[in-house]
Structure formats: structure tokens, C-alpha cells
Design a binder for this molecule. Structure first.
Ligand code: GAR
Length: 187
């Protein structure tokens, strides 16, 4: 049995999609959802899905071993960042080499880095008049959006697409591919 922890800061639609994907998998369990925001909608999704969720402050992440201790307690094999918007601290990166993955809503190395998350990314992509965008699933290292790329998938942008329309296309790709890539990493 492999155990996954999902880290999420916001709505958590990817977190929910991943939980549902593995619901009947005998080999993979979503053990816990971790957030840095007590009021993030992901907690309501977690409750509905029957997955425990917890909140840690940024200083808990950065200056204590509380999060790492929780990972050890739950025998976590893989940490999945699904819309997690603070930097993963060094103690977790050291404890989980090549076992922390992130999804980014664009084709890295374009439109990555600090401040590039969620709708900011889609707005920047539209402003730059890109004709395509997509998703990047990558390992996490100590720099934002710079770990080894595991998988990318693209979608077309029509000239009249606004950032919300681009976000919807990107979410479709995320829902289709992220759970499958996670499964591949664990099998
Ligand atoms: C997703 O689109 C994810 O790719 C993005 O945040 C969104 C979270 O949506 N992540 C980043 O921008 C990381 N830099 P969700 O909360 O509905 O899953």
C-alpha cells in the first residue's frame, strides 16, 4: 500500500479529483490533505470525501518539524502539491527526494516562478497572446517551478479566449492526467 498526502491552498478541485480517482484502488490511499489556509474550500471537499484535512501556518511549515512528523506518522510515500501556493520547506524536500510532485497550469519553463499561480498564470498567458498552453507535472526542488519535468500536455488557445476559458481548458487536462501520472509514479 502506498500513502499519499495532498497539499492544497485553495478550492481543491484537483485534490477531489485525485481522491475520487483512487477511491477504489486497493494499493493507493489518500491518507491526508494538508493546507496552509484554515478557510480553504479544500477542507469542505475533504470532509465530504471522508479524508482527514489539517492546516499548518506558514511558520509551522518553515520553522518546525510538525508537517514532517505528520508525514512520518501517516507513512507517506508521495506528497502531491495540487494548487499549493507556499514554498515547500527544505526539511520536507530533504526527507522526500523525488517524492514530491507539483502540477503547474502552464507549459514550464514559461509562465513559472514566484507569483505565477492559478489565474495569474492564465492572465499572463492571454496577455502574451500565446496560441497554446497546458499543464506541467514536475518534481519539486527548492526553487519554484524548477524541478525535473515528468509530463506535459498542451491545449490550443483561441484568439477570443479569456483567462477563465483558458483556465477551464487547463483544468480539463489536469483532471485527465494528474491522477494517472501519480499512479505511474507509485507503481
Ligand atoms: C490548479 O490549476 C493548479 O495547476 C494551480 O492551482 C490550481 C488549483 O486549482 N497550481 C499553481 O498555480 C501552482 N503554481 P484547484 O484548487 O481547483 O485544484
Amino acid at each position: 500500500m502506498s500513502n499519499i498526502a495532498i497539499f492544497a491552498s485553495g478550492s481543491g478541485s484537483n485534490a477531489e479529483n485525485i481522491v475520487r480517482f483512487f477511491e477504489n484502488d486497493p494499493d493507493i490511499s489518500i491518507s491526508i490533505i494538508v493546507s496552509n489556509k484554515p478557510d480553504a474550500y479544500v477542507h469542505q471537499r475533504a470532509k465530504k470525501l471522508g479524508v482527514p484535512s489539517v492546516t499548518f501556518s506558514k511558520s509551522d511549515f518553515d520553522t518546525t518539524s510538525k508537517v514532517l512528523d505528520l508525514m512520518t506518522e501517516h507513512h507517506i510515500d508521495l506528497i502531491v502539491l495540487a494548487g499549493f501556493l507556499i514554498k515547500v520547506p527544505a526539511n520536507l524536500i530533504e526527507a522526500y527526494p523525488h517524492s514530491i510532485v507539483n502540477i503547474h497550469p502552464a507549459l514550464l519553463p514559461k509562465f513559472g516562478g514566484k507569483g505565477m499561480y492559478g489565474d495569474n498564470v492564465h492572465k499572463a498567458v492571454v496577455e502574451a497572446k500565446e496560441t497554446e498552453t497546458g499543464i506541467t507535472i514536475h518534481h519539486v526542488n527548492s526553487n519554484y517551478d524548477e524541478g525535473d519535468i515528468i509530463f506535459q500536455s498542451k491545449c490550443k488557445i483561441d484568439p477570443n479566449d479569456n483567462p477563465d476559458m483558458v483556465a477551464a481548458k487547463v483544468h480539463e487536462l489536469e483532471y485527465e492526467y494528474f491522477p494517472q501520472i501519480i499512479k505511474g509514479l507509485l507503481k
